[in-house]
Every structure is written in structure tokens, then in C-alpha cells.
Ligand binder design. Structure first.
Ligand code: GLU
Length: 554
């Protein structure tokens, strides 16, 4: 046995499998030509961030465009930073906001697929087998440098204005003989395992990032850590092993990793793996006092997907909005295809913003209003109810009391050529529909300034006499017109405008008084439909109560 093989055996006495065994266990996928295999690989260190969700969407769309596979891998190697329930929160959020996962963790506690384990903490044996093989080949070595030695090296580098890192003359353990290493390990010295880099700072490497274009960087010459002293892999090493064995074709991830690509390419090469294609997604930016900065977990509530759940943004709205920031031609497509399913849009990785798209809540609201306006009443009722079950149980109870009535509310001004676009999120709804329920109806009967209480009372008295719940929209409006003249109002807006001094107001003012009496608002969806839904008893009660109040104000 060669001395390197002996060293490897001492380092990994329990590892019997070789890289070749894993190649057999995880063969190339049998997908159609050109099918892309993508993944999201979060660390469970907190809640689901909008940026992670955005990157998940981009991965999902990239897989979808080629009938590929999108999988989820849990990168849980940093136990100190792990947050309990973090993984479930991420999965739940991805699912809830409408992204399906094909493989790996597909939902909290649900794992599927033949390329697992999909959790790095369960893959120690695999990483060790690959490192063991590198040690045998002399491509990796144990490093015994203490934290103090590393600190001293860093200080020296700073003084000399050298790059920091473990390379060249600073790579102290690189030249330790395998015999010495063997002895120190037998003595129980603590060590990490480093890559023996064959790269040089002088060489430049080029690679094509699918979002950022061609990038040139110096080759990696650092003997980077592969395994920490507790045997846990570094991100760099686990990325290479996992994405190779899981047969990822496209690594689409946050652009904080772009500077690590030379390390990753070198690892793929040293390990004898074909490198994936890379696409680095720029962070989502926000405007802050005139400057652009990254959306921040600490400063911006909208950085958390919980925000969108609490506010009740439908998944479709969030996805549709994120598409507008993912591909700038999406909005043109939407204008040309106003009612099409967003999945028909041809997403293109190469059209993503290089510098980072700006997040705009007003725009999200706008997009969401359009998305909700396109939904049918049943879907709206169902989604509002689901939101309310979690965030407003009193309102959920109101909705459930009479489902047909609730659907009736959402049917008003919906399903026609010009649906109303009043609702941006489900949390808008309780207030928006409060006058439909006696429990939440409040009316301070505030009149427009040009209407006196005496006129308002007279209008409502006249209207009460002719009001008929069975009237359709046209008849309803004709009835309102018919009472105008006697009250001193013009039934015709044009006539009023031609000579405003001849009238107290016009038919619009008359219907506003009725609207205020029935709903407490000056602006509502179609009042005729509202009155029909409320029914004669409620409508009459409200008219009578208003008459009394206005009479008292005279
Ligand atoms: N665990 C890494 C992160 O959360 C994954 C990066 C990647 O997608 O490779 O940043």
C-alpha cells in the first residue's frame, strides 16, 4: 500500500466505498435531450427569504422550459446557525406560493427521489469517500495549522499587502510528508483536509455565466478546506460532490457565490466531474432614500415570505410580480395576452437583470389587483376564506355563515369585460366588504358637501317609495332618474352641466345619497347588485335609518 493510501486509510478507516461505487449508485439521469436539472439548496438558518423564493422560481422555470427536474437539497452542515423548523418553513413557503418541487424534499417531511440523501448532514460517508480518494491520489492533504497559526499568517499577509488565504508559501502543511502526517494523526492531532491546488494566480480562467455573461477571473491557487476538523464538508466541496452526484445540469444561485466559481471549477476538474452551467442571480434591490441597496432581512419586512402570507397576497400575484422583475419582456407579453396563463410565457434565463431588479410594493399591488380581477368569485371566496382561517378568524366565521352570500359579494362587478380592480391582497377584504355583514356594518352617514341633510332625507323618502329589489340595473337607474326632477335635481348630467344654477345637483348626487345610506361609502361596486344581495329587508332598514338620521340633522 502506498504511503498516501496508508494515510487515507488512517484518516477514513470506515470508508469502503469509492467514487466509482457512487457513480454506479447515482447514474446519469435518463431525461430527454436538453432537459435541465436544477435545484434550490438552502441552509435552514431562518425563514424563507424573498430572494430564495425568487431563485427557486427561476430554477423551477428553467427546469419547466425543458421538461427537466427541479429538486430541493437541504444544506444543513452548519449546526450552529441552524434554526429549528427552518427547513419546514422554507418548504412550506415554496409550496404555498405555488412552486412545486419534483424531487428531494418536496414538502415538510416528505422526501422523494433516487439521488438522495437530499440532506447534507446525512451524506458524510459520501463526502469522505471522495476525500479519501483525493488523499490517495495526493490531491488532498491533512492540515494541522492551529487557529493561532492561521491568525498569524493573516496578519503577516496584511502587513505585506498580500492576498489572504492558504496558498503558496503560506500553505504551511502542504509540504508535510505523508509519513509525518500519518504520525500526527496517530498522535491524535486535530486537522482539516485541504485540496492541493494545482492552480496559479497568474493564470486566468473564463467561464460563461448564463445571466452575467462571460467572466474572467484568476485561477484558484488556494488550498481550500474540503473537510473541517469535525469531518463536515465545506460548502465548496459539498457543492461539487452533491451537484455532480445529483446530476444537476444548471446551478442557479445567488451571485454572492460568483467569486467562488474558480474554486468550484477547480474542484470539479480535480474530482474528474463535468462542471455544471452556472447562472448567478443578482439580489433583489430596494430603493432607500434615493439609493439602491439589497433587500435586507433586518430592515425590510417584505424580505420575508411570511409578509406576503400575512398580507394575503395570492401565490399567483407574487409569482406574476416576480416574473415582471425576472424578465423585463414579461410585461409586454402580459399586455399582448391579458388573460393567458402565466405559464405560457417563455422565460429566458439570459434575459435576467445583471445588476439586480428593484423591488416595488406598489407595483406588486398593481399586479395583484389585476390577478385578483381575473379570478372568478368562487376562487376569490375560497382564497379569502383560507387566508382568514389563519389571520382573521372572526371574518372567516362571517364568510362561512352563508357561502352563497359570500360568493355573491365577490361576484359583483366580476366576470365582465371590465372587472373592478379594488383588491390587492386578502387583508384588504374584511374592510372592503364590511357593509355586507350586519356584524361589521358601520355607517356615519357622511354626505358630500353639496347635499344638505334635508335634501338627503327627501331623496331617500322619495326613493323608498319606488324602490323594488327585483329591478335590473337599467330599471334601477331609470327609477332613480325618475325621482330627480321633483327633488330639484337634474336626471341628466349634461343638462346639469349646461346650467348648474338651475338644479341642486344631478342624478349622480342622488345615487350617491342612496349609496351612502346603504353602504356608508361614496364609492362602491355596482350599487344595484349590492342592494339585491343585501335584500329588501336590510336595504329598507338602512334607508329608513338614514332618513331618520338626516331628518334629525336638519
Ligand atoms: N446553501 C447555499 C446558500 O444557501 C446554497 C447556494 C447554492 O445554491 O449553491 O447560499
Amino acid at each position: 500500500m502506498s504511503i498516501n493510501a496508508q494515510l487515507a486509510q488512517i484518516m477514513f478507516p470506515n470508508i469502503d466505498k469509492t467514487p466509482a461505487d457512487y457513480e454506479v449508485m447515482f447514474p446519469a439521469r435518463t431525461l430527454k435531450d436538453g432537459a435541465r436539472v436544477t435545484r434550490i439548496a438552502p441552509s435552514p438558518t431562518g425563514y424563507l427569504h424573498l430572494g430564495t423564493f425568487f431563485t427557486s422560481m427561476v430554477n423551477r422555470l428553467t427546469a419547466d422550459a425543458t421538461d427537466g427536474v427541479f429538486f430541493f437539497r437541504l444544506e444543513d452542515t452548519d449546526k450552529k446557525r441552524e434554526v429549528e423548523g427552518g427547513a419546514d418553513d422554507i418548504l412550506k413557503g415554496i409550496n404555498e406560493f405555488g412552486l412545486s418541487i419534483d424531487e428531494g424534499f418536496i414538502a415538510p417531511g416528505v422526501i422523494k427521489g433516487d439521488y438522495g440523501p437530499y440532506q447534507q448532514s446525512l451524506r458524510a460517508e459520501i463526502y469522505h469517500a471522495f476525500v479519501k480518494d483525493l488523499v490517495v491520489q495526493g490531491l488532498a492533504y491533512p492540515c494541522f495549522c492551529s487557529e493561532e497559526q492561521r491568525q498569524a499568517a493573516r496578519e503577516q499577509q496584511e502587513q505585506k499587502k498580500d492576498r489572504t488565504g492558504y496558498y503558496g508559501e503560506y500553505a504551511l502543511c502542504r509540504n508535510i510528508t505523508p509519513e509525518e502526517a500519518l504520525e500526527r494523526i496517530q498522535n491524535g492531532d486535530s486537522y482539516v483536509v485541504r485540496l492541493r491546488s494545482m492552480g496559479s494566480e497568474q493564470n486566468r480562467i473564463k467561464f460563461d455565466d448564463m445571466i452575467k455573461g462571460t467572466i474572467e477571473m484568476p485561477e484558484n491557487d488556494e488550498d481550500i478546506v474540503l473537510l473541517k476538523s469535525d469531518g463536515i464538508p465545506t460548502y465548496h466541496f459539498a457543492h461539487a460532490v452533491d451537484d455532480h452526484l445529483m446530476r444537476t445540469t444548471h446551478v442557479i444561485r445567488g451571485d454572492e457565490w460568483i467569486s467562488s466559481v474558480p474554486k468550484h471549477l477547480q474542484l470539479f476538474k480535480t474530482l474528474g466531474f463535468k462542471p455544471p452551467k452556472y447562472a448567478h442571480v443578482s439580489p433583489i434591490m430596494v430603493e432607500d432614500s434615493g439609493n439602491k441597496r439589497k433587500l435586507s432581512k433586518r430592515k425590510d419586512p417584505q424580505a420575508a415570505m411570511h409578509f406576503y402570507a400575512q398580507q394575503g397576497y395570492p401565490a399567483d400575484s407574487v409569482l406574476e410580480y416576480l416574473l415582471t422583475i425576472a424578465n423585463s419582456d414579461f410585461e409586454d407579453w402580459r399586455r399582448a395576452n391579458p388573460t393567458a396563463d402565466r405559464r405560457q410565457f417563455k422565460f429566458n434565463l439570459k434575459k435576467m437583470s445583471v445588476s439586480g431588479a428593484l423591488f416595488d410594493l406598489d407595483k406588486l399591488n398593481d399586479v395583484s389587483k389585476n390577478v385578483i380581477a381575473r379570478m372568478d368569485a368562487e376562487a376569490v371566496e375560497q382564497q379569502v376564506e383560507k387566508w382568514a382561517d389563519e389571520y382573521d378568524t372572526a371574518f372567516a366565521a362571517l364568510l362561512k355563515k352563508d357561502k352563497a352570500y359570500s360568493i355573491g359579494i365577490f361576484s359583483i362587478d366580476r366576470g365582465n369585460a371590465k372587472p373592478r380592480k379594488d383588491i390587492a391582497r386578502w387583508s384588504d377584504v374584511p374592510e372592503y366588504v364590511s357593509y355586507f355583514f350586519e356584524d361589521t356594518y358601520e355607517n356615519t352617514l357622511e354626505l358630500p358637501e353639496n347635499i344638505t341633510p334635508a335634501d338627503a332625507a327627501a331623496i331617500l323618502r322619495a326613493y323608498s317609495k319606488v324602490y323594488d329589489v327585483a329591478q335590473d340595473k337599467q330599471a334601477w337607474f331609470d327609477t332613480i332618474k325618475s325621482i330627480c326632477a321633483d327633488l330639484g335635481f337634474s336626471p341628466d348630467v349634461k343638462a346639469y352641466k349646461a346650467d348648474p344654477t338651475a338644479f341642486k345637483g344631478h342624478v349622480g348626487d342622488v345615487s350617491t345619497v342612496i349609496r351612502v345610506a346603504i353602504t356608508g361609502r361614496r364609492n362602491t361596486p355596482d350599487l344595484c347588485s349590492i342592494m339585491q344581495l343585501l335584500g329588501t329587508e336590510t336595504a329598507s332598514n338602512r334607508l329608513n335609518a338614514a332618513i331618520k338620521t338626516f331628518e334629525n340633522r336638519i
